[in-house]
Each structure stands twice: as structure tokens, then as C-alpha cells.
Design a protein around this ligand. Structure first.
Ligand SMILES: Nc1nc2c(ncn2[C@@H]2O[C@H](COP(=O)(O)OP(=O)(O)OP(=O)(O)O)[C@@H](O)[C@H]2O)c(=O)[nH]1
Ligand SMILES: [Zn+2]
Length: 316
């Protein structure tokens, strides 16, 4: 789009909140119930859902869109590593990450591990939402064991059924006053849950969720909704995989709170809990105090991070 300084300088900048982002097109909330479509101004500017921004409205009588001209410093930044190994910010200013899993379609616990780790590394608290508790498959022992392991690790776990609106109150209480994002694999019920918690979200979800070939609705954008009880909820599209941005080996355990409580008892204070002698984590694994599946998730993330590190192959 062409930049015409003279015209723009006459319009008064406004501050607002990004409530929906779709590539370089965004929706900015400038007042309660007042949302303005806008485009990012300049190639270097980037913003995501949850960002606080300054916009310049389009001059009256033109077909131009409003432009985002500045982004405020972020209190938190939740990001992922994309398929090319680059960091992509998914949402800004989150205080809580809610990872949604369900018995069907079966959630991959290794992805859940990485979401929880990604939140911890970004300084964001997290909870696990187990949706579709109404299904018979929710009582399968393997599924129950997997969920119990997260509770044992120290994560708050909430069992509910979005479709039947059952078990919602504890989640509503947990979301009060927070800026929370729902993440999880496609089909676990994030949109159903968003519609239940933020009833006014219905319309925009429908317009931005075109039917796929299979005739199913899949959210394609990340969007922020106000909760009636106070608080904000961000619904994000389902994903096939998730990995946090690259970090050093020693940081990976930040995503495993159950390891962090034992780490001070390891012989070496830089223990990575692999083959070091006197490792308290490995000892707790041997007695069954820690989950072997969670430990496997830790080693997998360590390997993913090593794969992302520049020059890793050469260093070995
Ligand atoms: N049985 C049962 N089905 C549910 C529940 N919650 C959601 N569903 C169903 O699960 C399917 C997927 O729900 P969505 O809310 O679209 O899932 P999503 O996580 O938003 O999916 P994406 O948009 O692809 O990321 C729909 O057919 C829902 O009706 C639940 O609590 N119980
Ligand atoms: Zn150790």
C-alpha cells in the first residue's frame, strides 16, 4: 500500500489491542465493542494477538485501512519454532496458557509436554484442560495414567465437557482476570470451549472459520475474546506439532517442574539428568517416583533443541 505522509499526519493516533491477527491484517479493539480492521505499517513491524498497539485511523473519505504504527513492549511472548527453525510469536501479553487435550482425537502427550515447557520458558503459568470427559474413551486406563502424570508433575488439571457444559466453573474461576490462550491439537474442542466461555465470540468464529472440504469448521486465525467474568481468552488454530523457540540444554528442564524440585539433590549443579553420576532425577525414575513417559518427553525436547542449535553437528 502506498504511503502518503501528508494525509496520515492529520489523523490522530489511537491506542488499542490486537484481538485478531491474520498475517499482516489485524483487528484492533479501540474501545469496548469497537473493533477496527487495520494493516501493519512497514515491513519491520510485527504484532500478534494480545499486543497493545498504536494505530493511525484511515483518513475519512478514503478506502485505506487503519495502520498499526507502533507496538508496546510485551509483558510476555509465547512463541514456537516454525518448520524452518525460525521463531514465530503466537501471542503477546499472556498470563496463562491452557493446553487442551481430549481422549478423541487422541492427543500426543509429547506435544502437550512441549506446550507446557514453552509456557514455562516464556514465564507463563499453564494449566491442562482435559475436554470430552463425557466420552467412554475418557476412562481408558492409558489416558487416565497420562493425565495423572501431569497432575503429579504439578500442573493444575481440569476435567470437563465443553459439549455438555459440564465442569466449567473451576475453569471460569481460573480464567478470571487472566489473559489466557487455548492451545492444542485440532479437534480437541478449543472453539467449542471458547463459544461456551465467551458467548459473544460465536459470530466472528463462524465468519473466520470456513468449512473445510470435509465439511468441518477449523479455526484459521488466532482471536481474543472478553470473558463475562472478567479476563480474556485467546482461541488459536489447532496444530500438528509444537516446539518452543531454541534454548540452551540447561533450560529445557524448566518445562519439567517435577525435575526442578529434585535437581538440587543432583551431585552436579549443571546436571542435565542424562548419564551423570549421582543424578536425583534418574534415581527417582528408577523407583517409579517420576514418569518414564515424561522423562522421555524431556529427552526428546533436549534433542529437538540440540538439532536447532547452529553448529551442533560440528560441535559433537
Ligand atoms: N463428545 C464431546 N465432543 C466435543 C466436546 N467438545 C467439543 N466436541 C466436539 O469435537 C469436535 C471439534 O471441536 P472444535 O471445538 O471444533 O475443536 P478445535 O480444537 O477448536 O479444533 P480446531 O479448530 O481444528 O483447532 C466438534 O465436533 C465438537 O462438537 C466435548 O466436550 N465432548
Ligand atoms: Zn540430575
Amino acid at each position: 500500500m502506498q504511503h502518503t505522509p501528508g494525509r496520515e499526519d492529520t489523523s490522530v493516533p489511537l491506542t488499542g489491542r490486537i484481538v485478531e491477527s491474520f498475517g499482516r491484517r489485524v483487528l484492533v479493539e479501540i474501545a469496548p465493542e469497537e473493533r477496527l480492521p487495520a494493516e501493519l505499517f512497514g515491513k519491520r513491524l510485527s504484532c500478534v494477538c494480545g499486543d497493545e498497539v498504536t494505530i493511525r485511523p484511515a483518513p475519512a473519505g478514503t478506502a485505506d485501512a487503519a495502520r498499526v504504527i507502533a507496538v508496546a513492549p510485551r509483558r510476555s511472548r509465547f512463541a514456537r519454532t516454525d518448520s524452518r527453525g525460525r521463531t514465530e510469536v503466537l501471542a503477546a501479553n499472556l498470563s496463562l496458557l491452557a493446553v487442551v487435550v481430549a481422549p478423541e482425537p487422541a492427543s500426543d502427550p509429547y506435544i502437550t509436554d512441549r506446550y507446557l515447557a514453552g509456557a514455562a520458558l516464556a514465564g507463563i503459568r499453564s494449566i491442562l484442560i482435559v475436554n470430552k470427559f463425557d466420552l467412554d474413551t475418557a476412562t481408558a486406563p492409558a489416558f487416565q495414567t497420562c493425565i495423572a502424570e501431569y497432575r503429579d508433575a504439578g500442573y493444575p488439571v481440569m476435567l470437563l465437557s465443553a459439549a455438555r457444559a459440564q465442569g466449567i466453573e473451576p475453569l471460569q474461576a481460573a480464567l478470571r482476570g487472566e489473559t489466557a490462550m487455548l492451545v492444542g491439537q485440532s479437534g480437541v474442542g478449543k472453539t467449542t470451549l471458547t463459544n461456551l466461555l465467551a458467548p459473544q465470540s460465536m459470530r466472528s468464529i463462524r465468519t473466520l472459520s470456513p468449512s473445510t472440504g470435509e465439511g468441518r469448521h477449523t479455526s484459521v486465525s488466532t482471536a481474543l475474546f472478553r470473558l463475562p467474568g472478567g479476563g480474556e481468552l485467546i482461541d488459536s488454530p489447532g496444530v500438528r506439532d509444537y516446539a518452543p523457540p531454541m534454548i540452551e540444554d540447561a533450560m529445557v528442564q524448566v518445562g519439567w517442574p517435577e525435575f526442578l524440585t529434585l535437581a538440587p539433590q543432583c551431585r552436579f549443579n549443571d546436571c542435565l539428568h542424562l548419564r551423570e553420576p549421582g543424578c536425583a532425577v534418574v534415581a527417582a525414575l528408577a523407583t517409579g517416583q517420576l514418569s518414564a513417559r515424561r522423562y522421555d518427553g524431556y529427552k526428546r525436547l533436549l534433542n529437538i533443541m540440540r538439532g536447532l542449535a547452529p553448529g551442533y553437528e560440528r560441535r559433537r
